[in-house]
Design a protein around this ligand. Structure first.
Ligand code: PGA
Length: 246
C-alpha cells in the first residue's frame, strides 16, 4: 500500500512560519520520494496561506478537526465543507489531544467522520491507549472499542485512514516496540477488514531516527507526525524512511 506521511502541526507557528515551512517542504519534496503521499495539516487560520504555498504540488492539505454539523449556530467551530472549500482533502479527527482537551467521545468522533466523508474529505480517525491501559494489558481492547465506536457507517478505504497513536508515545520521545506496533496494527487491520484496504498509520514520536524501522513494520502504511513535522528536513527524512518500505 502506498504510504501516507502526514504532518500534524497542532497549535504551533505563525503565519510567516507556516509560509516558510510549506515552501521548504515543497522544495525538499520536489527532490524527495515519489512513492509516498504527503499531507500537511496546519492550524485553521493558516490553511489558506499553506494551501496557496502548495498550489500545483502533489502535497495534500488537511484540517485538524471539524464539527459534526454541516453549518449553523456553533460558535468557534469549523465545518467539513469549509475545509473542503479551502482545498483540504483530509481532516484529522479524534486526536487524543482533542479527546482530552475537549472531552471528545468516540461517538462524537464518528459523527464528525461522517460529516467529513459527506463533505468529500478523507477522515483520519485517531485511536490509542494510555500508558495505564497498556500496563493493564488492555491496549487492544481499548483501541478495538475506539475503532468500533469512532468509525462511521459508509467509511471505507477511499475516505478513511486510521492513525494508531499510543497516548503515552505522543510528544514524549518514547515509542512502542516494533513487535507491539505490529500486533496492534494487525488487530486494527482485522477490525476494518470489511472497509477495504484502509491505510493504518502509526503516530507518536516518529522521528528521522526511528522512521525507517517503524515504517518497515507490516501493516504500517505511513505516519502521523507531530513535533518532527515542524522541521521540513525532519518531515522529509521521515517520508524517505517510509519510502524504503513502500
Ligand atoms: P508527536 O505527535 O510526533 O509530536 O509525538 C504525534 C501526534 O500527536 O500526531
Amino acid at each position: 500500500m502506498r504510504p501516507l506521511v502526514a504532518g500534524n502541526w497542532k497549535m504551533n507557528g505563525s503565519r510567516a512560519m507556516a509560509a516558510s515551512l510549506v515552501a521548504e517542504i515543497r522544495t525538499l519534496a520536489a527532490a524527495g520520494p515519489a512513492s509516498v503521499d504527503l499531507l500537511v495539516c496546519p492550524p485553521f487560520p493558516y490553511i489558506p496561506e499553506v494551501g496557496g504555498g502548495l498550489a500545483g504540488s502533489a502535497i495534500a492539505l488537511g484540517g485538524q478537526d471539524c464539527h459534526m454539523a454541516a453549518a449553523g449556530a456553533h460558535t468557534g467551530d469549523v465545518s467539513a465543507a469549509m475545509l473542503a472549500d479551502l482545498g483540504c482533502s483530509h481532516v484529522i479527527l479524534g486526536h487524543s489531544e482533542r479527546r482530552a482537551d475537549h472531552g471528545e467521545s468516540s461517538l462524537l468522533v464518528a459523527a464528525k467522520a461522517k460529516a467529513a466523508i459527506d463533505a468529500g474529505l478523507t477522515a483520519i480517525v485517531c485511536v490509542g491507549e494510555t500508558e495505564a491501559e497498556r500496563d493493564a494489558g488492555k491496549a487492544e481492547n481499548i483501541v478495538e472499542k475506539q475503532i468500533i465506536e469512532s468509525v462511521p457507517a459508509g467509511a471505507n478505504s477511499s475516505n478513511l485512514v486510521i492513525a494508531y497513536e499510543p497516548v503515552w508515545a505522543i510528544g514524549t520521545g518514547r515509542t512502542p516496540s516494533v513487535a507491539d506496533v505490529a500486533a496492534m496494527h494487525r488487530h486494527i487491520r482485522s477490525l476494518v477488514a470489511d472497509r477495504g484496504p484502509v491505510r493504518v498509520l502509526y503516530g507518536g514520536s516518529v522521528k528521522p531516527a526511528n522512521a525507517a524501522e517503524l515504517m518497515a513494520v507490516a501493516e504500517v502504511n505511513g505516519a502521523l507526525v507531530g513535533g518532527a513535522s515542524l522541521k521540513a528536513a525532519d518531515f522529509m527524512a521521515i517520508a524517505a524512511g517510509a519510502a524504503v518500505s513502500a
